[in-house]
Ligand binder design. Sequence first.
Ligand SMILES: Nc1ncnc2c1ncn2[C@@H]1O[C@H](COP(=O)(O)OP(=O)(O)OP(=O)(O)O)[C@@H](O)[C@H]1O
Ligand SMILES: [Mg+2]
Length: 217
Amino acid sequence: MENIVIDVCDLKKVYGEQTVLQDIDIGFEEGSCTGIVGNNGSGKTVLFKCICGFVKPTEGYVKVNGKIIGKEVDFIEDAGIIIETPGFINSLSGLKNLEMLAALNDKIGREEIIATLETVGLREAMNKKVKNYSLGMRQRLGIAQAIMERPGILILDEPFNGLDKIGVVEMRGIIKDMNKNGTTIIISSHNNEDIKELCGRVIELDGGMIKNDTQYK
Ligand SMILES: Nc1ncnc2c1ncn2[C@@H]1O[C@H](COP(=O)(O)OP(=O)(O)OP(=O)(O)O)[C@@H](O)[C@H]1O
Ligand SMILES: [Mg+2]
């Protein structure tokens, strides 16, 4: 058995009368890329938020690198995250936004940020204000934000939203490279092609429960 980096144990989440996740037990192996699929409202985003520590489980827990989220650490560590639409400060440039985010961890400097912007195809537009970015450009900036510190974990909730065909192919390539270099990835997408291309394992949620869990490679 490979090393389990993210361990979701007996997770349950209830909002009011509604149980949105239950009996969720998943171990994510180091260096794996796992797709989370399922219909609208099946619980993907809530699961991602529990893994990151943005939502507190009603029962059960999530352990990342041996630490229980919300107990031993507040939030997931060493992770790049995209959940729904990434939020940026519109009046600042893409570069400035990333510089401010990078300052929080103080792990990387301007050079690495610019190299990442180059990777996602935003080098030319990096000094433009984010309010003048197209939807796809914002999404690329979101991907840049998630990968810029070369995290050991990537949590990507529909990272290809709003990207054109070329953008999807380019961003898939970037994510594949990160995975090849050992990053553990969890990704959701409504596009089967994305999931087939990237994921060695696919977990389907249905009404907040695991319906299928298939290992392909
Ligand atoms: N803060 C909240 N309060 C109450 N209910 C919530 C909250 N967040 C999510 N839910 C409910 O949890 C269920 C699962 O939502 P979730 O966003 O995880 O679905 P999803 O699988 O990500 O769907 P989509 O494919 O549309 O992104 C939905 O019924 C949703 O209404
Ligand atoms: Mg969602």
